[in-house]
Design a protein around this ligand. Structure first.
Ligand code: GLC
Length: 543
């Protein structure tokens, strides 16, 4: 298998608006990230993924870009961004930026021109269609709204949007538009960034002719359409392949067979992907399902393309709340989930705050939620005549704001995140859960993350080793090996709130093995391993 830096790296995602506010306006900023770089470095991570910080009216927290060449005023200036890049590189880390090119903001000058008249040279940069018998051009919905089309009075036509109304989709069929995007990508790459996280990248190609769907609620028609790979190969040929970078794509609704087409080593498209078979399709931990997903992706990709491992990000509720136990076993559970992500095949991603076991949030009023997607969802349900409080209860567990609350640095006001009023309310549990507390305690989630990251760095078996699941259909225990040449590692964990046990297969013996990492004090085991709630152990086996 080809060895590269991005396979060996651990990536730390910085959602800057909630990371650290250096100027007291209540919103995190790039200067704040600079001030906390030593903290990030101390974790041992290699790469920082920065969420979008380009000029934007901020309807979708920066995913609605109005100028690809400047920095959002509330985030900082181009000078501060350059300083950030320099300081990241100075510390031996790399920076990947979010690339949002499926759509722009409706305030982008391209869209303003495009909507101004049918004859405008930029008209074709976006997707315009006339109405069908007085209705929108087809019956599709968008990710965030009941229709994917918005009527625009100026020219009497509809434009297409896969997300919010304020995020019109770009028309990738237009060659001039594609060249504009490539130029912009080179602009940032030439400044020295180390890659892109490619937002909604599988949506670039639209279905030929925009046919009505039989089941408009199943929005798969928005993504992974025939022809997408022609776009990605062109993008690789014209831009990506000329740089030593990581290009990781957000690719929803694909299994390994389709996934491999995006990241196959012989395909010249992307380097790695985030698939969403876990985060989009597994609302709670379902270990049997999770194992099956891992196995399929391993079989589909191993040796041929590279996967990513993650259980949360700025769009998905915090992992210890969603997939673990954020109450009596919070510490152990956060440690277990981390071990799993860092020892399964693929590049591990850490979402800020995960390393201290931050949890989801429970706001009692809809007004405290800030996310446009959440507000739209609530509105759609309430418009059906449902009780707003009941809707809130139902949708709360998966609200994106669960992961967007400010980073909890210490137990002072606003968790040390800002001296002003935070843009979104701090999780009230910051008095207990914060970086300062975690740093004081050698058994903390944070201390454990540092050991884990170090372990992956020092042991290529955790990166390049083959993977074998040894726990079959067990609904609580996950046990597997990673093997590289003569080196064999055995990882076992108990995903439950009770004690559970596991009988070692005959082919495996732990006698003479070394316990490398664990989240409980060591106990002696024979052929049967007893595991306490959310216990995990990592062994190096001597053959
Ligand atoms: C991606 C981003 C999400 C955003 C959407 C539209 O899924 O992760 O935050 O809302 O794309 O850009």
């Amino acid at each position: 298998m080809k060895q590269t830096w991005w396979k060996e790296s651990v990536v730390y995602q910085v959602y800057w608006r909630s990371f650290y506010d250096s100027d007291g306006d209540g919103l995190g900023d790039l200067q704040g990230v600079i001030e906390k770089l030593d903290y990030i470095k101390s974790l041992g991570v290699d790469v920082i993924w920065l969420n979008p910080c380009f000029e934007s009216p901020d309807v979708d927290n920066g995913y609605d870009i109005s100028d690809y060449y400047s920095i959002m005023e509330s985030a900082g200036t181009i000078g501060i961004w350059e300083k950030l890049l320099e300081e990241i590189h100075k510390r031996g880390m790399k920076l990947i930026m979010d690339l949002v090119v499926n759509h722009t903001s409706d305030q982008h000058s391209w869209f303003k021109e495009s909507r101004s008249s049918k004859e405008n040279p930029k008209r074709d940069y976006y997707i315009w269609r006339s109405s069908k018998d007085g209705s929108p051009p087809n019956n599709w919905r968008s990710y965030f709204t009941p229709s994917a089309w918005k009527y625009d009075e100026t020219t009497g036509e509809y434009y297409f949007h896969s997300f919010a109304v304020e995020q019109p989709d770009l028309n990738w069929e237009n060659g001039e538009l594609r060249e504009e995007i490539y130029k912009m990508m080179r602009f940032w790459l030439d400044k020295g960034i180390d890659g892109f996280r490619m937002d909604a990248i599988a949506l670039l190609k639209k279905q030929e002719g925009f046919p009505d769907s039989e089941n408009p609620d199943d929005i798969r028609y928005l993504t992974n359409n025939p022809g997408i790979h022609t776009f990605l190969r062109d993008l690789n040929e014209k831009v990506l392949k000329h740089y030593d970078i990581l290009a990781v794509g957000e690719v929803a609704f694909v299994g390994p067979e389709e996934g491999l087409k995006y990241v196959g080593e012989n395909r010249n498209e992307l380097h790695s992907l985030f698939h969403f078979e876990v985060c989009d399709e597994m609302p709670r931990m379902d270990l049997k399902k999770f194992k099956a997903i891992q196995k399929r992706w391993y079989q589909g990709l191993w040796g041929r393309g590279w996967n990513s491992q993650f259980l949360n990000n700025h769009d998905h509720t915090r992992q210890v709340t969603r997939y673990g136990n954020d109450r009596e076993f919070r510490t152990q559970s956060a440690q277990l989930l981390a071990t799993m992500i860092h020892t399964l095949p693929g590049t591990p991603y850490i979402y800020q705050g995960e390393e201290i076991g931050m949890t989801g949030v429970h706001y009692s009023s809809i007004d405290e939620y800030k996310d446009i997607a959440f507000h739209n969802k609530v509105e759609i349900e309430v418009s059906k005549g449902r009780n707003p409080q009941e809707v809130l209860e139902e949708l709360r567990p998966l609200a994106r704001d669960n992961s967007r609350t400010p980073m909890q640095w210490d137990d002072t006001k606003n968790a040390g995140f800002t001296k002003g009023t935070p843009w979104i309310r701090v999780n009230p549990n910051f008095k207990q859960i914060n970086v300062e507390n975690e740093l004081r305690n050698s058994d903390s989630v944070l201390s454990y993350y540092k050991k884990l990251i170090q372990l992956r760095k020092e042991n290529p078996v955790l990166v390049y080793g083959d993977f074998h699941d040894l726990s079959g259909e067990d609904p609580k225990i996950y046990a597997y090996t990673r093997c590289l040449d003569s080196e064999h590692w055995f990882i076992i964990m108990n995903h439950s709130n009770e004690n559970s046990s596991y009988i070692l297969p005959k082919s495996l013996s732990l006698s003479g093995s070394k316990l490398i990492l664990a989240n409980y004090p060591e106990i002696e085991d024979g052929n049967e391993i007893s595991l306490r709630p959310h216990e995990v152990r990592v062994f190096k086996i001597t053959q």
